[in-house]
Design a binder for this molecule. Sequence first.
Ligand code: UD1
Ligand code: UDP
Length: 360
Amino acid sequence: MLMIVIGTRPEAIKLAPVALAAAADRRMEVAVVRTRQHREMLDPMIEHFGLPVVADLDIMREDQGLAEVTAAALTGLARTIAELRPACVVVQGDTTTAMCGALAASYQRVPVAHVEAGLRTYDRQQPFPEELNRCLTAQLADLHFAPTVGARDNLRREGIDAARIHITGNTAIDALQHTLATLPPPAATTGRQILVTAHRRENHGEPMDRICAALRALVDRFDDVTVRFPVHLSPRVRATVLPRLDDHPRIELEPPLGYPQFVQAMRQAYFIVSDSGGIQEEAPSLGKPVLVLRERTERPEAVEAGCARLVGTQTQRVLEHASALLTDRAAYDAMAGAHNPFGDGTAGAKIVEHLVARFG
Ligand code: UD1
Ligand code: UDP
């Protein structure tokens, strides 16, 4: 049996293609376990993809610290692994749930497969704690599914045996294609809409404050521009964003959107401003420029492809880059015309083939 561990919104989206391909294959039994590190932001994703959840650890508590999330996920997952006795535990990305899934499995000598392996900024503070989580997970994993050649090369430099690494593309592209196929063409918008998300821990507090100032200044500078900002449920994020932006007539703050609704919002947007990891992967497929609210990225492929630009969180710098995209059509077209470097939408099937070959 494959045990697939899901804790947060992006893990559900990116493990759905693996879980669905494995469930359809029938050469291996599959069990999805959700820690529910996220609750309201996770459940609609599980429902959208119809994932076969067999166990729910329900660990989310309002504004809990990293140690609390880790302790609850680790002990809960250890118990579940002891009950289910899977042949392999599959984790994705760089969340605390992923790291705990890998550790809990390793403690019980159950092999670990890591989806989206090998992403690195080589800066432990950015993103925090994700860089720590993915490095730790790589130490524990037996199979590493790298989305790109660059991710594979990072793992090789860390001494990981080439035979344990498979380049598959990113399952985010599979999920995106699957969902795009179910959507009607996007409705036209009046004026130009900028879609914003922000949630990284290193951006909590002052950086978030500066981002909000840049967004306000931007809509004040361009009167045909509206900002659409589905605000993450983290109380740290909301404490800054809501009081600073909720009174502007052309800034629409909303709860997090369901995945199909968010994909549609990306298609409707003129461009995207975000500190998200997954959105950097999705934007190139949709032909949408993305200004990345970070100083470093573990997804240099999006920057190299020309679709993403690192703009940090200084108000003036964010404002200048966003203004340039709104006024310089050639610069906009160059970013919007970039190609997708993250795979062809077959990552889930490739991963399942490797898992069946090894554990089936
Ligand atoms: C987590 C991941 C991050 C990932 C992000 C995706 C870690 C350490 N961080 O960050 O890598 O990019 O998810 O969004 O694993 N909350 C709710 N309802 C929800 C979800 C969150 O109320 O459905 C609130 C809770 O108060 C929770 C807080 O948000 O304590 C923070 O959640 P947490 O999972 O600790 O961190 P994220 O910032 O969401
Ligand atoms: N997303 C969503 N609704 C939203 C915001 C984002 O469905 O309101 C999706 C987005 O398309 C992407 C994923 O959530 O697939 C990214 O999640 P997030 O930014 O929370 O985490 P990260 O990718 O930074 O780990």
